[in-house]
Design a protein around this ligand. Structure first.
Ligand code: FAQ
Length: 335
């Protein structure tokens, strides 16, 4: 199991590095560390805005992983073979594990898991737009692995170099698992593309529906991205939304050719001058509708999550009762 430094700030005492130091000196030390590309650790002094930004991003990332279990989880009972079912089960469980590492990383910033979950369940916290689209066909599962996990890797590899130590370390393991996810999706699609005309049409249909939401997943254009400049200054974000999107398009076009699918964009073409692909306009109105709770599956996803949390209450109660019993026994033995 992934572990963190447990030496987390609890707000009751100044961080060790703060003793005897004036705030300006602390800010200078923090800036020097960021400039030198050193890691900030939970026990280090950090500006409140840096802490808040990390809590926002890491918790939203955790929520995305947990909600992101639903679109593919929907197909576990209908996978076409035992092999595909075993792969899919492992993948969906991995996503749950990613959520747990990330909640742990957020907790090192002095925030409780209950409050993070509460923000998700009451609709205050965001999670990735992409998980509000339905999985209509078996091919959707392969396309999620290929394109959604592919986009996630593109976005998350740079976060392995994030300035906040616990987040960066969590991302290293997560990215290794995402690579397996991407490859299993591509392989599943490859098999389907070598099947019947009906299977090939199913894959193409899934690609047509997922392509544009996947491009939007990287976030708004740089000009409209409110958090990018500060995130990059702090070394939380290393590459901008548009640059990551471009890298993803350039990496995916040759993969689509190997698969034999068409990416649904008549404006997608190689630009010799830029040495990159041009691509068509993303529907940002649709993106914001989805982010603001009005996508095709937002209500269903959140309702499922709240129900799962409520249904699991007895497990949390039992774990706490067991821990209390253990503590009482240890106290009795020590007395
Ligand atoms: N959906 O100023 P920016 C996965 C919000 S995990 C919803 O550019 P920032 C694994 C953004 O929060 C996928 N909201 O923001 C998997 C901000 O609002 P706020 C999740 C979005 O933070 C695979 C506002 O728009 N990955 O796929 C989205 O600098 C398969 C302005 O945006 C991560 O979370 C969106 N797509 O950049 C699981 C990675 N985009 O918070 C299961 C970590 C933007 O100020 C199956 N996060 N917004 O109210 C990041 O890299 C960044 O937070 C970005 C956004 C790039 C997502």
């Amino acid at each position: 199991m992934y572990t963190q430094s447990l030496d987390v700030p609890d707000g009751s005492a100044p961080a060790l590095t703060a003793v005897g130091a004036a705030p300006d000196a602390l800010q200078t030390r923090f800036d020097e560390k960021i400039d030198a590309d050193q890691k900030i650790e939970p026990q280090d002094w950090m500006p409140e805005a840096y802490r808040r930004t990390l809590v926002r991003q890491i918790s939203q990332h955790a929520h995305s992983e947990i909600i992101g279990m639903q679109p593919e989880g929907n197909w576990i009972s209908r996978a076409p073979s035992l092999k595909r079912k075993a792969i899919l089960l492992a993948k969906v469980q991995d996503e749950g594990g990613h959520g747990l590492y990330l909640y742990s990383a957020a907790e090192t910033l002095g925030v409780g898991r209950d409050s993070l979950l509460d923000a998700l369940h009451t609709g205050k916290a965001k999670y990735s737009s992409i998980f509000n689209y339905p999985t209509l066909l078996w091919a959707d599962v392969g396309v999620i692995g290929w394109l959604v996990d592919g986009a996630a890797i593109m976005n998350q590899v740079p976060i392995c170099r994030c300035s906040y130590g616990p987040y960066a370390r969590a991302m290293i393991r997560i990215c290794k698992e995402e690579s397996f996810h991407q490859r299993q999706g591509f392989e599943s699609l490859m098999v389907q593309m070598q099947g019947t005309a009906e299977q090939r049409a199913m894959v193409q249909d899934a690609v047509n529906r997922w392509w544009w939401p996947v491009l939007a997943m990287f976030g708004p254009p740089d000009a409209a991205s409110t958090n990018t400049a500060q995130g990059m200054r702090w070394g939380i974000k290393r590459i901008s939304n548009d640059d990551l999107r471009q890298k993803f398009v350039d990496a995916t076009v040759p993969q689509a050719a190997v698969l034999g699918v068409t990416l649904p964009d008549p404006d997608l073409k190689w630009n010799e001058d830029r040495q990159q692909h041009d691509y068509g306009a993303i529907d940002w109105d649709e993106f914001w509708e989805v982010v603001n709770g009005n996508g095709p599956c937002n209500k269903e996803r959140l309702a499922n999550r709240v129900k799962a949390h409520e249904d699991g209450q007895w497990v949390r109660d039992a774990a706490q009762a067991h821990a209390a019993k253990q503590r009482a026994r240890q106290l009795k033995e020590a007395a």
